[in-house]
Design a protein around this ligand. Structure first.
Ligand SMILES: NC(=O)c1ccc[n+]([C@@H]2O[C@H](COP(=O)([O-])OP(=O)(O)OC[C@H]3O[C@@H](n4cnc5c(N)ncnc54)[C@H](O)[C@@H]3O)[C@@H](O)[C@H]2O)c1
Length: 381
């Protein structure tokens, strides 16, 4: 049964229900809600009830629900946060949207972009807001870079280069999660392209103001055997642990994106470069020497790249570039979503539709790699 969106009375707090009491909820989502006085955590659910109880205690959440359905049905939950394993995202988001709730979902909503578009359409029909966990678009330095591009710092963007890479799974003993260990191992499975590629693709769309119309790419499996969390054993896993693609944008610009989780370097490991007719900007999100983000710029008259200070207004209260990137960026993400829920005048950015465009790009690169050819976007239905 579908239910209309509930109106939040002026001055009332947005009630938040969180699905999933895992690592990412603990270090990013839950601290984000605690930091925004315009919302209140009301319930949490996890099939491993002890984890939900532990987090309820740690974050002062009054209700632990026995199931996702029970949490979604609560009238005091206005916003459902889906922070569960990726394969469960679509069904949980769909159920929450049908119940008339705003939804923040970790990426991806679904592995097929058409499913994500369906969920976006349902949200529009219900009049509710959606947001993807595109963490890195909310980094203060990336937000300032977006403003600088919009106000003409680079002029007309010509070239985008993006990276998300670190050494998270360089050691094959580090147990892999979110993989299908029963999949046909003769075919390479998308892994880093989706898990690491999605956020940098999102930033690429944001900065270039345009999307790719054609791409060609390749994926590689560098480390053939790994320990898998679901089985606890070392097994052959033909997953993409490195990938690269190039493409042309509708605007006439072009770009490249490379991702990998077996490349030496620290978390989170993003770099976005935009080169234009008047200037260039490079933003790095890598924890190094106690800071998690940096922004550099150069112009046609001053070609040496120099540090650009990010204004205070881009940081959440009490936040700084010395804070952990997990809580810093998520505080901005949560704040952005709460503002959008409370005001229909604000653009609902980083929503399921944006997620669908990113997913279509992932699906296109996968097709290009599988068929060893250039692929046009939009994809044929
Ligand atoms: N945006 C980012 O930068 C970023 C970073 C890390 C993780 N993630 C994403 O966040 C999500 C969670 O990751 P994690 O590392 O916390 O995983 P995790 O495995 O540590 O935790 C997931 C939790 O969800 C619970 N769960 C499973 N099914 C559920 C259901 N139907 N209802 C409620 N709870 C359920 C599990 O029991 C588990 O406790 C994943 O999709 C992951 O890809 C995003």
């Amino acid at each position: 049964m579908t239910v209309a969106r509930k109106t939040i009375p002026p001055g009332a707090k947005v009630g938040v229900g969180v699905l999933g009491a895992g690592a990412w909820a603990e270090f990013a989502h839950l601290p984000g809600y605690k930091r925004d006085p315009r919302c209140t955590l009301v319930a949490i659910a996890d099939p491993i009830r002890e984890r939900a109880e532990l987090f309820a205690e740690k974050f002062g959440i009054p209700h632990v629900c026995s199931s996702a359905e029970q949490l979604i049905a609560r009238p005091d939950v206005d916003l459902v946060d889906v922070c569960t394993p990726s394969a469960t995202h679509f069904d949980l988001s769909w159920a929450a949207l049908e119940a008339g709730k705003h939804v923040l979902c970790e990426k991806p909503v679904a592995y097929d972009y058409k499913e994500t578009l369906r969920a976006a359409a349902l949200a529009r029909a219900r009049g509710v807001k959606t947001k993807l966990g595109f963490t890195f678009r909310y980094s203060p330095a990336m937000q300032y870079m977006k403003e600088l591009i919009a106000t003409g710092y680079v002029g007309t963007p010509f070239i985008f280069n993006g990276y998300e890479q670190n050494s998270q799974w360089l050691d094959p003993q580090n147990p892999l999660r979110q993989v299908d260990h029963e999949a046909d191992q003769s075919v390479i499975q998308v892994s880093s392209l989706e898990g690491y590629g999605a956020p940098i693709m999102d930033l690429c769309h944001l900065f270039m103001g345009s999307r790719f119309t054609e791409v060609v790419g390749t994926m590689r499996n560098f480390i053939p055997e790994r320990v898998v969390r679901a089985t606890g054993t070392m097994m052959r896993m033909n997953i993409d642990d490195g990938d690269i693609f190039i493409g042309n944008f509708e605007s006439g610009a072009f770009g490249s994106i490379q991702t990998s989780f077996v490349t030496v370097g620290n978390y989170p490991g993003l770099e976005a470069r935009v080169y234009g007719s008047k200037g260039a900007l490079i933003c790095r999100l890598v924890e190094e020497e106690g800071v998690c983000e940096s922004l550099k710029g150069a112009t046609a008259d001053q070609v040496e790249f120099r540090d650009i200070a990010v204004p205070e207004r881009f940081y959440p209260p009490g936040g700084s570039k010395e804070e952990s990137w997990r809580s810093l960026f998520y505080a901005n993400l949560v704040s952005s979503f709460i503002s959008e829920i409370l005001s229909d005048d604000l653009e609902n950015e980083g929503n399921f539709e944006d997620g669908a465009h990113v997913q279509e790009l992932i699906n296109a690169v996968e097709l290009s790699c599988g068929e060893r050819r250039w692929v046009n976007i939009p994809l044929a239905p």
